[in-house]
Ligand binder design. Structure first.
Ligand code: GRF
Length: 193
């Protein structure tokens, strides 16, 4: 698979650790793609000798098309750029989002902003979602979710800290389920088996 990142890369690390521990079998990260230099995710990839490719908005399509052709799955693990629709159509692309979609998603909803809005809303549960990426930002079919309780003492930072480890679990479980064909992605539609 290819893993696309823009930040600290703890979700990338969870995938690497699951491959190394044998939880994810017959799985390899062909490359890590980033739209930023000097981020934790790149450091994590290099430490594991995974090739790193840096892209920007203008060269994304030409650089990523041949890469997407080669892999079975593309994972957006905190990637902040919107992928051109030509790329999204090429292969199954999944994204991890730190809220219970369809709530608190869409353009501009990333990082602490998501958790600030959850606290502001008064909701008593939040969580994370893995969904299929379509042209609709954060709007593709939902593959899996995990929930946490929002306590009255929570603030955006504490909520983020609660949800982050759940993201790691949900992401590796979903990649495993994909590899074991517990669901298949056909023409941007999900079929659970
Ligand atoms: C995660 O919260 C993920 O849900 C969101 O971006 C963040 C990436 O975190 N899409 P990390 O770089 O994997 O630590």
């Amino acid at each position: 698979m290819a893993v696309l990142v823009s930040g600290e890369g703890t979700n990338l690390q969870a995938i690497i650790d699951s491959i190394d521990s044998g939880y994810l079998r017959e799985t390899e990260i062909d490359c890590v793609v980033s739209d930023r230099e000097n981020i934790g995710a790149i450091e994590r990839a290099r430490r594991r000798s995974i090739p790193v490719i840096i892209v920007n908005r203008s060269n994304m399509l030409s650089i990523l098309s041949p890469i997407f052709q080669k892999v079975d799955l593309v994972v957006l693990a905190g990637f902040l750029k919107i992928l051109p629709s030509e790329l999204v159509k090429l292969k199954p692309v999944i994204n991890i989002h730190p809220s219970l979609l369809p709530l608190f998603g869409g353009k501009g909803m990333y990082g602490l902003k998501v958790h600030e809005e959850v606290i502001r809303s008064g909701m008593k549960v939040s969580g994370c979602t893995i969904h299929l990426v379509t042209e609709d930002v954060d709007g593709g079919p939902i593959i899996a979710q995990k929930c946490v309780t929002v306590e009255s003492t929570d603030n955006p930072e504490s909520l983020q800290q609660k949800i982050h480890p759940l993201e790691h679990q949900l992401l590796v479980e979903t990649i495993k389920n994909f590899g074991e064909k517990k669901f298949v992605i056909n023409n941007k539609k999900l079929i659970f088996i």
